[in-house]
Design a protein around this ligand. Structure first.
Ligand code: FAD
Length: 473
């Protein structure tokens, strides 16, 4: 096979690139994806995300290395393996981030990543159901929607206001210097369905004759002519094939697999490559280093007197939620991983909020993935927005089928389980002395949060090897 551009990985980035590049009919693009087509209903019904975190075919089934910082647990490390990549399995939360963080990236030398540079692309990408404003876009491919607003989360937002957090109606319209705030999350959802990049960018481009998509094809390595990438070698149905690139090979296989593919192609730290039997093509020790990730520490409480996802996902209540979803496109089946979120400053030295606390009107059984408690529950999670720990991705062998070793390095001195812990304690427990009574106060006697169920550090939601955005342009 031959094309002008060969793109490795049809995830968030790969689908956007395939769409934008094939806008020019003279350009031929080949998009190669290891996973299959996005036919599973779990992908398209938003609440299905919780059934996909450890899905045997829709994810890569990765776990992080056991780490003293996580009490030796090998924590699940979900990555999408399907058209749309992780945008087909993620928590659907549409959050752009703080303008100051983008400006900081630009100051570090990443020209073109300052907030003023990025904003036009955010606007160009999106189709915001709230309509166009100075900061929001309308008419772009990516549908972004307001969250359904259940009363339990409304009460938490009210409690946040009571303890002095500023309420923001649009959490993606953050003026520079914004302080502690709380508001409703927004979603990458169009109508009833998840707005993955497969649906929003790839599908419309599939009509173009200059785009070819190959699925269930795992790229083993990039082929070089000297220092120029000229082709890729991939395996499909047990046969190794080659695709030549006239112009460029584009590597968009995600934060874990992109460095892994580079290492399998002989690009990386010579000592590591030699150790695992890969001939060194180009010495580049930074490949696979500097992995940054967001851990979330979750705390769950039982709830009385208010509906939560737990009991509504069973029996007659579930039937009525399904009817509601089909008829109105609202209700529990449209929920994301969290519905409301507070941004708070925990470290004295931070100039802007450094921890996000998210709220979901449900709770998982302790230590179980995707299994909800039998009784009504609520979960608050906190994550460090600018993680300080640095992990790595490392090929374990020269076999492309062997999963790479991944560590988030939770025990590194700069990792802050301490910070997360302080955040959870400060924001939701110690402040929670106020939050919890105030959660119960706005809706007196109708419901109450009674005792703490569990607190766990659980799977990360995003990972990157440095600066990067999960938002397509
Ligand atoms: C569980 C979870 C929840 C998340 N929640 C949110 C959220 O709520 N909001 C948010 O903004 N972000 C969220 N994220 C993060 C966001 O989804 C990712 O940052 C983003 O999708 C990464 O895009 P990407 O293009 O870099 O990689 P991906 O979207 O992961 O795409 C990589 C693609 O490459 C393919 N691939 C990999 N190796 C090969 C190979 N050898 N050959 C061929 N193909 C290959 C993969 O199968 C995949 O399709 C979440 C992520 C996860 C995993």
């Amino acid at each position: 096979m031959r094309a002008d551009y060969v793109i490795i990985g049809a995830g968030s980035a790969g689908c956007v690139l395939a769409n934008r590049l094939t806008e020019d009919p003279a350009v031929k693009v080949l998009l190669i994806e290891a996973g299959g087509r996005d036919w599973s209903p779990y992908i398209h019904v938003p609440a299905g995300f919780m059934k996909m975190l450890d899905h045997p075919t829709l994810t890569w089934g990765y776990h992080a290395e056991p780490d003293p910082g996580t009490a030796g647990r090998a924590i699940l490390y979900p990555r999408g393996r399907v058209l749309g990549g992780s945008s087909s399995i993620n928590g659907l939360i549409y959050v752009r981030g703080q303008p100051e963080d983008f400006d900081h990236w630009a100051q570090l030398g990443n020209r073109g990543w300052a907030w003023d540079d990025i904003l036009p692309y955010f606007k160009k990408a999106e189709n915001w159901e709230g309509g166009e404003t100075e900061v929001r876009g309308r008419g772009g491919p990516l549908s972004t929607s307001k969250m359904d607003r259940p009363p339990l989360c409304a009460a938490v937002i009210e409690a946040g206001r009571e303890i002095g957090l500023e309420y923001r109606e649009d959490v993606n319209d953050l003026p520079p210097g914004a302080g502690d705030s709380i508001g409703w999350c927004q979603q990458t959802r169009g109508g009833r369905r998840r707005a993955s990049t497969a649906r929003t960018y790839l599908r419309p481009a599939l009509r173009r004759p200059n785009l070819q998509v190959v699925v269930k094809a795992q790229v083993n390595r990039i082929v070089f002519d000297g220092r120029r990438a000229v082709a890729v070698e991939y395996e499909r149905s047990g046969t190794v094939e080659r695709a030549d690139a006239e112009r460029e090979v584009i590597l968009s296989a995600g934060a874990v697999n992109s460095p892994h593919i580079l290492q399998l192609s002989g690009i990386g730290a010579p000592e590591h490559l030699s150790r695992v039997g890969i001939p060194v093509h180009h010495a580049l020790p930074g490949v696979g280093q500097n992995l940054q990730d967001h851990y979330i520490a979750r705390i769950s409480y039982p709830v009385t007197g208010m509906p939560t996802v737990n009991e509504r996902s069973r029996g007659i209540a579930l039937c009525s939620e399904i009817m509601r979803y089909l008829v109105t496109g609202k209700g529990m089946l449209t929920y994301s991983a969290s519905l409301a979120a507070a941004s708070v400053k925990v470290l004295e030295e931070s100039a802007t909020p450094d921890v996000q606390c998210s709220i979901a009107p449900g709770s998982f059984k302790d230590g179980q993935i995707g299994e909800l408690d039998e009784f009504p529950g609520i979960t608050a999670g906190a994550w460090q927005m600018r993680p300080l720990s640095r992990g790595y991705v490392e090929a374990k062998s020269n076999d492309p089928r062997a999963a790479p070793r991944r560590s988030r390095n939770m025990s590194a001195p700069k990792f802050c389980p301490g910070l997360i812990w302080r955040a959870t304690r400060n924001s939701w427990i110690m402040r929670g002395r106020r939050v919890r009574p105030s959660i119960t106060r706005p809706a007196p006697a109708r419901w109450a949060v009674t005792r703490r169920l569990s607190s766990t550090i659980s799977c990360a939601s995003t990972a990157s090897n440095g600066c990067g955005s999960s938002t397509p342009r």
